[in-house]
Design a protein around this ligand. Structure first.
Ligand SMILES: Nc1ncnc2c1ncn2[C@@H]1O[C@H](COP(=O)(O)OP(=O)(O)OP(=O)(O)O)[C@@H](O)[C@H]1O
Ligand SMILES: [Mg+2]
Length: 165
């Protein structure tokens, strides 16, 4: 049961490295079945955050932008896989259905960029991360939990980042 868990955390990242580090902290906590949704304009830092998530999760591969494929798959030494979707290119709901998102989620964590574009095709329970451009070097990150699994995940993240639940 989440104790003292507020459903959101907001902070300002002051550099790409800081965004990547926040992603690493998060990536270390995700497990198969988890859905991490990212929303924010061009250049807000979604892919930078994914690079961190991927590294923190333990991927052997460097995260790249899913520009030419709909799904990027990253592998770990233990054989586990993490899936990275680009909702921008899947905004056609039919296309999203063709992809069988449920099948992906059953096999590993799923990270979705431009999640707002395919929200209807995504599970209602998820971690939602809204990124916003403040200035050249700063981004606002608002992380919200939808569902108890994500409240727990966020509480753990908060504990690791701030040292308190
Ligand atoms: N605090 C910061 N956090 C993240 N990125 C930052 C920050 N400050 C500057 N940047 C720069 O902003 C850009 C973010 O690009 P990134 O590809 O991560 O964004 P994106 O949201 O994935 O964009 P797109 O929608 O085009 O895929 C990079 O060039 C990065 O170096
Ligand atoms: Mg991107």
């Amino acid at each position: 049961m989440p104790i003292l868990a507020s459903d959101s955390v907001e902070f300002i990242s002051r550099s790409p490295a800081q965004t990547r580090r926040a992603g690493m902290r998060l990536g270390a906590l995700v497990r198969p079945g988890d859905v991490i949704c990212l929303a924010g304009d061009l250049g807000s830092g979604k892919s930078t955050l994914v690079q961190g998530i991927c590294a923190g999760w333990g991927s052997l591969d460097q995260a790249t932008s899913p520009t030419f494929v709909l799904v990027n798959v990253y592998r770990r030494l233990d054989g586990m896989r993490l899936f990275h979707l680009d909702g921008y290119r899947l905004s056609d709901a039919l296309e999203a259905e063709d992809l069988d998102i449920e099948a992906l989620i059953s096999q590993g964590p799923l990270v979705v960029e431009w999640a707002d574009r395919i929200q209807a095709a995504l599970p209602q329970e998820h971690l939602w991360i809204a990124l916003a451009w403040i200035d050249e070097e700063q981004r606002d990150l608002m992380i919200s939990a939808n569902g108890s699994r994500y409240q727990n995940l966020l509480a753990e993240f908060r504990k690791r980042v701030y040292g308190v639940a």
